[in-house]
Design a protein around this ligand. Structure first.
Ligand code: A2H
Length: 253
C-alpha cells in the first residue's frame, strides 16, 4: 500500500477442546485461528470469526503460543517477526481450505460470548492480514452485512453446513457510542444506506469511511476497563492489555 508497514493487532482465537477431526494432529497443544484487526478496542463485541471457504490456510508452530492457523502469506511475514523458532523459517504442518474450518468453535479475548464460531465470509482477501477476520457486527459494516446474509438466508447457511445455533443467538453487542450513529454504528449505517448484502461494495465502502473517522475521534467505549473513555485515548491501551493478557500479539505487514 503506502509509506511503511501497517501495524495490526493479531487476535488469538483459540479452538475449543476437544479439537475437531481436521485438527486432531495437534492434540495436546493449543491451536488458534489468528485474525488481524485495526480495531482492538472493538474486541468486546466479537460475535464470530470469518474464514473464506475457498482460501487455503496453513498451520504452523509458534515459539510461545502453540499452533497458529492463517494464510501461508501471513506466515511468511510472521517468520521474520519472531513468531517462529528460527528467523525467516517455518514448517507447514497442515494445509486446509477454509471450508474445512467452518463451524469450528473458538474462544476469543474480551468478547461476552464464551464460544463463537468460524463462519463463511466471501469478501475476505487472500492478500491482506491473515485471511481470517474477527467479526464485530456492531461496528464493522462488512461484518454486520455478512452476518445478516447468514441470518436471513437459511439456504446460504445450509450450503456451508452452518447450524442455526452458530448464528441465531449472536446479536451485535453495543460496545461504543458514536455521536449521530448511536451505540451500533454499523447497524445504523446498514439501515440508513440500505445495504443489501456483503457484496454491496460501494455502499459498504461509504459506510466504512463514515464510521471510521467519526468513531476514532468521537467514539466512546461503553464497556470494559476503559469504559467512558474516548477511542483515540485508549486504542493503544486496549491493545497493550490484550497482549499482556495473552489474547493478542502485534503483527506487521
Ligand atoms: B477490522 P485494512 Cl469493528 N479481507 O477489524 C478482508 N478484510 C480484512 C482482512 C482480509 N483479509 N483482514 C482484515 N480485514 C478487516 C474489526 C473492524 C475492522 C471494525 C471496523 C472496521 C474494520 C472487526 N472486523 O476494518 O485494509 C479487519 O476488520 C475496516 C477496514 O488493512 C481489519 O480491521 O485497512 C481491517 O479489515 C483491515 O483493513
Amino acid at each position: 500500500e503506502g509509506a511503511g508497514p501497517q501495524e495490526y493487532t493479531l487476535i488469538k482465537m483459540e479452538v475449543l477442546q476437544p479439537l475437531p477431526d481436521v485438527l486432531k494432529a495437534f492434540k495436546g497443544k493449543p491451536v488458534s485461528f489468528v485474525a488481524a484487526t485495526l480495531r482492538p478496542e472493538t474486541m468486546y463485541g466479537q460475535t464470530n470469526c470469518w474464514v473464506h471457504p475457498d482460501i487455503k490456510y496453513v498451520a504452523f508452530e509458534t515459539v510461545k503460543d502453540g499452533i497458529f492457523i492463517c494464510t501461508k502469506r501471513a506466515v511468511r511475514n510472521m517468520c521474520y517477526q519472531g513468531f517462529t523458532k528460527n528467523d525467516g523459517q517455518f514448517d507447514i504442518l497442515l494445509e486446509v481450505v477454509g471450508q474445512d474450518l467452518l463451524g469450528i468453535a473458538v474462544k476469543s479475548p474480551f468478547t461476552c460470548y464464551p464460544k463463537i464460531y468460524a463462519l463463511p465470509m466471501l469478501t475476505i482477501k487472500e492478500d491482506k492480514g491473515t485471511g481470517i477476520v474477527t467479526s464485530v457486527p456492531s461496528d464493522s459494516p462488512d461484518d454486520y452485512a455478512a452476518l445478516v446474509d447468514l441470518q436471513k438466508k437459511p439456504a446460504f447457511r445450509e450450503k456451508y453446513g452452518i447450524a442455526d445455533e452458530m448464528i441465531l443467538p449472536y446479536k451485535p453487542v453495543p460496545i461504543l457510542e458514536i455521536p449521530e450513529f448511536g451505540n451500533m454504528a454499523a447497524v445504523h449505517l446498514y439501515d440508513k444506506l440500505k445495504i443489501q448484502s456483503q457484496n454491496d461494495k460501494d455502499k459498504l465502502t461509504q459506510a466504512k469511511e463514515m464510521v471510521y473517522l467519526k468513531g476514532f475521534y468521537d467514539g466512546v467505549l461503553l464497556v470494559g476497563e476503559y469504559k467512558g473513555s474516548k477511542i483515540q485515548d485508549v486504542k493503544k491501551k486496549v491493545q497493550t492489555r490484550l497482549v499482556e493478557e495473552g489474547g493478542a500479539l502485534v503483527y506487521y505487514e
